[in-house]
Design a protein around this ligand. Sequence first.
Ligand code: 5RP
Length: 227
Amino acid sequence: MDSEAIKQQKAQVGQEAVQYIEDGMVVGIGSGSTMWYMVEALGKRVHEGLNIVGVPTSKATRKHANELGIPLKTVDEVDRIDLTIDGADQIDEHYQGIKGGGASHLMEKIVATNSTKNMWIVDESKMVTAFNYPVPVEVIPYGSTQLERRLDRLDLQPKLRKNAAGEFVTTDSNNYIIDLYLDPLDDPKELAHILDPLVGVVEHGLFLDMVNTIIVQHATGPEVINV
Ligand code: 5RP
């Protein structure tokens, strides 16, 4: 699929998802380019009178939603989150997800685990049989090169993420990202068990058994999957 078609599907699914937001809801607002379209559409509905509170999952989403006049609170200021809508980097055939391509998965996972329902919105290129996308791991900067070596000894193909200028990418929480280039990734649950106890790991981008609804945008229209 060419990038223009993907962009169009992202815009369509972003607009589609807003229909699931009801008056009075507290809504977790994910991050990334697909969510950019959702936030634009949500801003229009708020302008027309929809009464919601949004909980953004990144500084970029907070800024965007704020500019559109969407009322916002932090995850610690709300007593519940009814529905979180977010993008994903890949979704496998068991409806497990990889997130964090945009380095926001720590806050996204905190908001997701505090939500009654979670919805992912994706273009059809994100749906795969088995994962073949690097797994992002947010790590504390102190000792991150040692941690990268340790992950290498575990054969997890790690690489500290750098930007175009060759500097370490820093997350909204001032941490670094190590990407694990595992292709294919056969057993995401086993990988999560390896990563979870490692000192220096803050959170990985494997979102396992977390989603309730997926909207996949095809050229022919949206497909709604209730998990
Ligand atoms: C950010 C994320 C995004 O949801 C994911 O990277 C998808 O982004 P996009 O919609 O730009 O393809 O997890 O950390």
